[in-house]
Design a protein around this ligand. Structure first.
Ligand code: PLP
Length: 278
């Protein structure tokens, strides 16, 4: 067997298995990429929401990144829930040491996770500034949703025009590319994600589903993009692949618990239901 490409997720654990590093690992697997993890926080979570989290010591997060990057090797990395400003600073420094991010050769996708879809905080308030100043300049791509856009820029996007304004404002923070996800533009009959490189806009249009089970959709999109980068795609083709992947994963979302179920990449394993059936 040849060794598959490796992708690293720097993210929090979701005990419900729908989002966070659990979503990232299953997306990496479905994309044919070996997943590595640097755990940043452990959330206490089920389909009804997040009731608390414990952050991992920043030095332990940095040590995980260095341990896997120096021995196993990483072709692309992503960040999800980072929890605290100390963790963000430690991640930025560790990424520099192992050449992850814009200064190095390994692409870095930054999903600026701030809260769950239920509104539960996943990032301490004082950490927003650390995201903007320490991580965005290192990012190959940032992938905010419209709630995160409002927190990061103050722009309350209500139209596709404002989505462009937000992309321009976010590009000022120094990432190479910006993807402003339009999933939360509820009045829009389609779901438009806007990719911006500081000069040109690319519109990625997909269907808007009535689906209520969308837990983990942001993580799944960003990790598919990261997997595609790990396989050697450029950013526009990785984002296109991610969009196609998340559309199918929302289509195949399933109910779980009494609340919101997860999007699912199981459609990539056509015999998943029959395999091991007695
Ligand atoms: N829990 C963890 C650990 C996450 O990283 C995220 C999102 O990135 C969530 C929960 C929230 O996911 P959602 O907003 O899809 O419910």
């Amino acid at each position: 067997m040849t060794t598959p490409p490796r992708a690293l997720t720097i993210a929090g654990s979701d005990s419900g298995g729908g989002a966070g590093l659990q979503a990232d690992l299953r997306t990496f697997f479905a994309c044919g990429v070996h997943g590595l993890t640097a755990v940043t926080a452990v959330t206490v979570q089920n389909s009804l929401g997040v009731t608390g989290f414990t952050a991992i010591p920043a030095a332990v997060v940095a040590a995980q990144i260095e341990a896997v990057a120096t021995d196993i090797g990483v072709q692309a990395a992503k960040t999800g829930m980072l929890a605290t400003a100390e963790i963000i600073a430690a991640v930025a420094a560790a990424c520099d040491r192992v050449h992850i991010g814009r200064g190095g050769a390994i692409p870095l996708v930054v999903d600026p996770v701030a809260a769950s879809m239920h509104g539960d905080p996943l990032l301490r308030d004082d950490a927003l500034d650390a995201l903007r100043t320490e991580l965005f300049p290192r990012a190959t791509l940032i992938t905010p949703n419209l709630d995160e856009v409002r927190l990061l820029t103050g722009i309350d996007v209500r139209s596709r025009d404002q989505q462009r304004d937000a992309a321009e404002a976010l590009a000022e923070f120094g990432s190479r590319w910006v993807l402003v996800k339009g999933g939360h533009l509820w009045d829009d009959p389609e779901c438009l994600d806007l990719l911006y490189d500081g000069t040109e806009f690319t519109e990625l249009v997909g269907p808007r589903f009535a689906e209520v089970h969308t837990h983990g959709s942001g993580d799944t999109l960003a990790s598919c993009i990261t997997a595609a980068l790990a396989k050697g795609n450029d950013v526009p083709s990785a984002v296109r692949a991610g969009k196609d992947f998340i559309v199918e994963s929302v289509r195949h979302a399933y109910p779980l618990g009494a609340g919101v179920g997860p999007v699912s990449p199981l459609w990539r394993l056509p015999d998943a239901e029959t395999f091991l059936a007695p």
